[in-house]
Design a protein around this ligand. Sequence first.
Ligand SMILES: *[C@@H]1O[C@H](CO)[C@@H](O)[C@H](O)[C@H]1NC(C)=O
Ligand SMILES: *[C@@H]1O[C@H](CO)[C@@H](O)[C@H](O)[C@H]1NC(C)=O
Length: 620
Amino acid sequence: MFAYILYTVVTGLAILPLLLYARNPYFLRDLNYAITAIQIAIRVGKFKRQKPFYSVLDSFLDKVAKQPDKRFILFEESSYTYSQADKESNKVARALSTHAQLKEGDTVALFLGNEPQFVWMWLALAKLGCIASLLNNNIRSKSLLHCFSCCEAKVLVIGAELRGAVEEVLPTLKQQDVRVFILSDDCDVEGIENLSDKIQQASDQPLSPQLRANIHIKSPALYIYTSGTTGLPKAAVINHERLWMASFLQWVAGVRSDDIIYIYLPLYHSAGFLMGLCGAIDKGITVVLRRKFSATHFWNDCRKYNVTVIQYIGEIMRYLCNSPKRDNDRDHKVRLAVGNGIRADTWAEFLQRFGDIRICECYGATEGNVGFVNYIGKIGAIGKEHFLHKMGYSYALIRYDTEKEEPVKDSRGFCIEVPRGETGLLVAKIGERTPFSGYAKNRQQTEKKKLRDVFVKGDLYFNSGDLLKIDNEGFIFFQDRIGDTFRWKGENVATTEVADLLLMVDCIEEANVYGVKVPGHEGRIGMAALKLKESMDFDSKATYRHVKNHLPSYARPRFVRIQDALAVTGTFKQTKVKLAEEGFNPAVVTNPLFYLEDNKGYVPMTQEIFSSIEEGRIRL
Ligand SMILES: *[C@@H]1O[C@H](CO)[C@@H](O)[C@H](O)[C@H]1NC(C)=O
Ligand SMILES: *[C@@H]1O[C@H](CO)[C@@H](O)[C@H](O)[C@H]1NC(C)=O
């Protein structure tokens, strides 16, 4: 009898997960995710209470003590262990503290490419309790000065190859009393100080933790620039808590301590720096660092360095799928890909071609206070809702009017949550656990990302600017991005920044910049509707010269449309939605159209060019 009861109980228990599983095929993975999320919450709680606060730097120093000889950074033909990286950064910290007189809380702007020095530099600044401002190394002139001044840095450290870009703005920097250091030992430009020799001469002895004793979890750690909505790039304030949260993504994605991660995305963005580098430090793994993405070298690098984890953005996955097929396409050790923006068709093709790689698609903005992870691996989804999510933070998809470009309000003036399966604008409540730190020295843009009185009087939400859809199983799908930014080649393009630049061309009176969809491409490519000054013609040469000199290639308007008058809304906002829908098909658009041909300039758009683009014979 007893045996029988025991038997029933045991089988009953054994069947229970099966029953649950039948009702929810994702039960085990949901559970696993829940456990990880709870572990993370416990860990962050501990960091907060710990005095002094435990930072990513402390995590690095623990790895140095525990595994000094493990390889930390592999770069080209060089290899650096954790211990070597520690010593290198001690030297940098000493050189900077002596020659730039840095002290805790100071900000230093880094204008560097992806190279080991970038990592030493940041570790060094963290050791001194300083904040690093990570400048995008593609920006020039006005944008560069703007980005530099928004973080109130008094010191700028530049890579040797970026000397020309800095020389251009040096007079202005000097007026502002900025010290400029170059990672070189033979730069003879007046006003730029050699740093490499000073680093070489510095001692590699550890620095006292006293130097950073006042840093706490809410102190700013970094500035990362985003072109969130409008105007020039904005410096998102990344505090230590945020640094930690982004680093944990590798944990959620299932990165193990014996993994080797390949980082080729720029370190000045959050994907490369926070999720890639900081995540790797916390896991104590080896990082293969590359200056720049290259489709031809990608898999060779993975084979050469035994890479097991890669990061991606959607565009990269497509480049990889578009590269010529090879016999050894499946000959690699990559088992996990973490990133965001992969389209469903590319995802399927990628798996089919390159083998069984787990793809962990995530969603989140650098400055945002909400994020999702598709820990199931469901093709096409950017995340999955989890009951812990709803407990942890409060977010909603609200109805949005794309024509008027504003949320739809009900009769009482509040926003309306969309039902499941419908597209809505993602907003997330700003609160103690889900803060929005905003942008440095830019109150106006910070305010613009906030929505008030969303569901009740006095509430406050972060406006993600993204239109999403959630299905019945809780999978979240990206639909579109609204407003004044679009994404092209993985970079955000701020339409007003481009428009402001176009206005500097002599013949242009008004400019309306927007993104248009191109078949077979993620994101949108830039297009500008222009109104010319009276009795002037479109000066294609001058426009091309100007655009080429001042904008990175991904931000240059690829198509130009000349209009007699630019359409505006009732509140005089330029309308972009209709223009974007009309696109660049000369059969549809009756205005004069121009196309930016590589290395040539703006040429009149023809039906033939249009067909070539549509059929993929011209690559944009
Ligand atoms: C940097 O090094 C070069 C070559 O050694 C030298 O000519 C130059 O004066 C140095 N610059 C400064 C600011 O010390
Ligand atoms: C990659 O792995 C192979 C076999 O395990 C090993 O012989 C080789 O040295 C490794 N390469 C690197 C760069 O670590």
